[in-house]
Each structure stands twice: as structure tokens, then as C-alpha cells.
Ligand binder design. Sequence first.
Ligand code: SF4
Length: 263
Amino acid sequence: MRPDPLDLAKPQDTHPVRAALTARVQDLNDRFRHHGATAVLKAVLRDRVAGRIALVSSFGAESVALLHLAALVDRHVPVLFLDTGLHFAETLVYQQDLAERLRLSNLRVLRATPARLAAEDPFGALKFNDPDRCCTLRKTEPLQAALAGFDAWITGRKRFQSAGRAALAFFEPDPASGRIKVNPLAHWRAADVQAYIDENRLPRHPLVARGYPSIGCAPCTSRIRAGEDARAGRWRGQAKTECGLHLPAPVSPLAPQTTGEPE
Ligand code: SF4
């Protein structure tokens, strides 16, 4: 394939491991350029083209579509759910119901350790005073620990969700960890998600019908008003738009990248 002239204009990463990761991701994106979500899921779950892999789900407003697609390919995929201790009660009930209904056999619930919570947030005030640190403590740290045995992880992010996700590809490098993030639904529109859920008669998170088209922790999620962006209710009134799981982390010496055998 001929190089994209725009890519040639970008500064090239000279770190050999990061450069190899970027090249691998580019190769995967080239291979799957004309494929869809199911083909990508089959490639990563059955053929292990990205190595050992887990699926990370918030069991939020749209999660059921990806979970259903993945379960059809391999219901034994490790599914990681971050229980921050601050979810809506409805999310926790929905998470259990959905895991049972889809017969997910390898659900892993991740939490910050009591010691970390006591040391970093003894009064439970971080969500108000420093939400970035709160997300790091309750989401990023437990997830990074749980991903230690994996080379890649699947997310449910889509291009339509925000300006920051508008150029999302099926595969993207996470240079800080050396892992690959896989976004099978990157090209789906909101209408595609709705149609998939309707056609397969999948249960939606109960808060969707009550004005929450995007659902995170209860203290940081509010109803949206008519005409607002779907994610307007997340961290309302703050500059924050992502929990930190998907923000570029500072680049450090890379964790060893393995091609790995299936678990
Ligand atoms: S979304 Fe809010 S409550 Fe949840 S971890 Fe982040 S800051 Fe804390």
C-alpha cells in the first residue's frame, strides 16, 4: 500500500518498540480497512491477531451491543468491569443481569484496593475536589493492574461520541503500555447501535429511558436536556470529558510486548 502523504508529514517515532507497535497497528488497520465489527472481533478473539485480549465494558448505555457481538464470537472472553463503588444501583443490577443473559463466563470485577482508597481518598471527597485523581484511583490503576496479562483490550468507543473520538480506528496503539486498543464499533453511528439493540431485542440500561444516553458514575453523570450532546451529562460543567482510561498516558519505557498464546 502506498504511504499516505499526510502520514509522511508526521514526526516519526524513533523508539524501536513504539515504532514497531505503531507499524503493527497500521498493518492491522490496513488489513481490516474494508471489514466490519464482527470480522474484527473474530480476528482478535479467535485468531488472536492482537495477542492475548480482554474486553473492557462499563455496562453503560450502549454496552450491550458490543457485549452481545463479542459473546456470539466467544462468550469466554475475559470481560473487565470497573466497579468504582460509585455507580448507580441500576448499573450494578444491569451488569449482573446482562452477564447472565449473554452467558459471559469470564467476568472480572475490578476495584481499587481498600488500602489505596484509604490512602488516597479517606473522606470520599476526590470525586468533587479532584475528579482526575478519583478516576485514576478507581479506574485507571485497577484496569492497568488487570491488563498486566494481556497484549490488547477491546473498547466500545465510537467516532460519533465526541470530537475527540472522530478519527477513531479499529486498532490504535497505546504507547505507554505497549498494548493495542481495539475499537470494533468505531464506525457505528448512534442509529446503528439502536438498530442492533432493537433487532436483537437486547435490554437497554434502564437509565437510558430516563434521560441518560451516556452513563458513568452517579456523582459525575446527569440527565441531558433536549438538543444536548449525548455525553453532555458526563462531568457537567467541567472541562473533563474522559475518565482517563483513553487519554494518552505519559510515555514510559515500554512494558514487554508479547505476541502471546491464547489464555
Ligand atoms: S467518574 Fe467521577 S466518581 Fe467515577 S471515578 Fe471518575 S471522578 Fe470518581
